[in-house]
Design a protein around this ligand. Sequence first.
Ligand SMILES: O=P(O)(O)OC[C@H]1O[C@H](O)[C@H](O)[C@@H](O)[C@@H]1O
Length: 545
Amino acid sequence: MSEHVSDSTEWQTLQGQAEKFGAVHLRDLFGSDPKRGERLTAQVADLTVDYSKNLVTDEVLTALLALADRAGLRERIGAMFAGEHINVTEDRAVLHTALRLPRDANLVVDGQDVVAEVHEVLDRMGAFSDKVRSGEWTGHTGQRIKTVVNIGIGGSDLGPVMAYEALKAFKSPDIECRFISNIDPTDLYEKTHDLDPATTLFIVCSKTFGTQETLTNATEARNWLLAGLGDGAGADAVAKHFVAVSTNADRVSGFGIDTANMFGFWDWVGGRYSLPSAVGLSVMIAVGKEHFADMLAGYHTVDEHFRTQPLESNVPALLGLLNVWYDTFLGAQSHAILPYSQYLHRFAAYLQQLTMESNGKSVRLDGSPASFQTGEVFWGEPGTNGQHAFYQLIHQGTKMIPADFIGFSKPNHDIGEMHDLFMSNFFAQTGALAFGRSIDQVLAEGTSPEIAPHRVMQGNHPTTTIIAESLTPAVLGQLIALYEHITFTQGTIWQINSFDQWGVELGKVMANQLAPKLTSSSAPAQDDDSSTNALIKLYRSQRGR
Ligand SMILES: O=P(O)(O)OC[C@H]1O[C@H](O)[C@H](O)[C@@H](O)[C@@H]1O
């Protein structure tokens, strides 16, 4: 580990291959190998992954696998699953994979029986969600809960809201979930103004229980609840309408939530990896503990694949290596996530935190600056909406944007011919992106020579196609674990710490320092830079301060 992977001969080999890669076209790669599509398709759990439309030759794939060996990917995978403190800047184990171990597994880390603790919390979550779903858990006035409002941000929001939306087809018709994340008061207002406090349960979800946005929203939600319930509502009412998810029991009780109503997790779960922990409580209440268990089992099958498969058939490792190829060697800046499923409409947003907070780093584990490009910008929208918005730039723009197309053979709701039409777009797009339309084809269609260049599509745009039979809780867990391990693979090659997020901290500190200058009419806004000073002055004058 002391040596830099970027100084290795394997790295240089890939640089050499990248330099001559401009001449390679997917048309030729498919033309010279009629079985490429089948050959470069792999299976992980229920996911069929066709990576044949990527800009790689067998030579490049071999070189990428050699790079993975050089970076010690196998050993790093082992270290993560064993609970070694691979998050060196926080001296923590990285054990989100333990959250989905089956009950009969064994894992003792730092003297802690991890599996027993995980299942103890899962059991408490299951019992609680059963009570809420059945109506046995009632609010202050004795009415059953109709709306569960999760208050959290970042990893304490994006996972739950994504999974809740993704699994709508599996949710109880009697319970709706809402998610408040932004400290913008309009978020709190919009999510609560039409609710009845008597039938609303808040889950205050925060790993640290120190996040300004979440604690402020939770305080105002408590005010809203007590005001709405009226005279006599106090600590007893809060106990009926507020539960907490956190690693910090002291702060939870300091906030006024009984720790009997707290669901814990551990510092070895990063926020962006925390959906399968108690952070998923809102999702469990919505879909039931059995479906939640199916989701965890789905995660686990991909975890086991990643842990045990040789790298040449290890799907998350291969896709992670492809991302390194595009990003570091071919200079791609971004990566599109294009799910052909409306239920996955928050999936790209979820992956943004997972991938960009993990791999948005420019310093290596040994403290030296990374001398190459790391983490890509992840972005995307569900097909076919994206087609009518930004696909033009992918098809005919000047940028290389590798894209993941995620689709399902069976829809959760089948209506007429709609799903076949939907999926015909899915298949058509990856074909058009790969093979394009030549000038000869365009002219042969009768287009005038002046217009023809505008209608030519160069093709050669890389895509990966991921298909499952249908979007179930298990498949959702598999998809998330796939991307978690892709992210891990990239971070390992780059020798960065994918599990800290120091960059986020500065903004938090500065916001807290600035807050008094916005609210106090006396404190002059003078000690910041001239731009910030002027902006604060404007803000204060518009607020009448
Ligand atoms: O769950 P919390 O402790 O409230 O943290 C919420 C979020 O806050 C941050 O600033 C981190 O960058 C995220 O990784 C985290 O998910």
